[in-house]
Design a binder for this molecule. Structure first.
Ligand code: HEC
Length: 127
């Protein structure tokens, strides 16, 4: 898994020529900040959570509640990837205070990829 991620990063330019699944898009462009990784800190070797952004499951759950419909959810994600803005935030100002505003990922993926990614996230935690 690690190796294929690395390969995707290295071949970033080439990979944009292929359609990527929602999962691949998430792993390539979002998981570096939104996944919660458990690691050890450098000083004590103590096990801690290392993350740069709210955990994706919390974000998805909260946004599904806030947006009510799948269409609104997808439109919100697509827009936020390009134009994060504290006035638009549905997840909440507290996250912005703790982590800073999410940087814009404008131009990183096509509109249809962004929709595919949002669709994947919408169903990621379905039971
Ligand atoms: C460089 C780190 C970083 C990357 C990469 C990143 N995010 Fe974020 N994201 C953040 C931070 C920090 C926040 C919390 C602050 C905020 O809401 O703007 C956040 C918040 C969010 C929110 C909640 C928005 C709100 O406030 O209502 C969504 C949705 C989101 N990210 C989706 C994504 C998606 C989808 C990707 C991949 C395409 C992605 N993020 C990639 C850092 C990142």
């Amino acid at each position: 898994m690690k190796t294929s991620n690395l390969l995707f990063c290295t071949l970033f330019a080439a990979s944009t020529m292929f359609a990527q699944s929602g999962e691949e898009l998430f792993n390539n462009y979002c998981s570096s900040c939104h996944a919660t990784a458990v690691g050890t800190n450098e000083s004590g070797g103590e096990v801690t959570n290392i993350y740069e952004a709210p955990y994706v499951k919390d974000v998805v759950t909260k946004l599904k509640n806030e947006t009510k419909s799948k269409e609104t959810f997808i439109a919100f994600i697509k827009d936020y990837i390009e134009k994060p803005d504290k006035r638009k935030s549905l997840y909440g100002k507290k996250a912005i205070k703790n982590f800073g505003l999410m940087p814009s990922l404008k131009g990183v993926m096509s509109d249809s990829d962004a929709v595919g990614l949002a669709d994947y996230l919408y169903h990621k935690y379905d039971k």
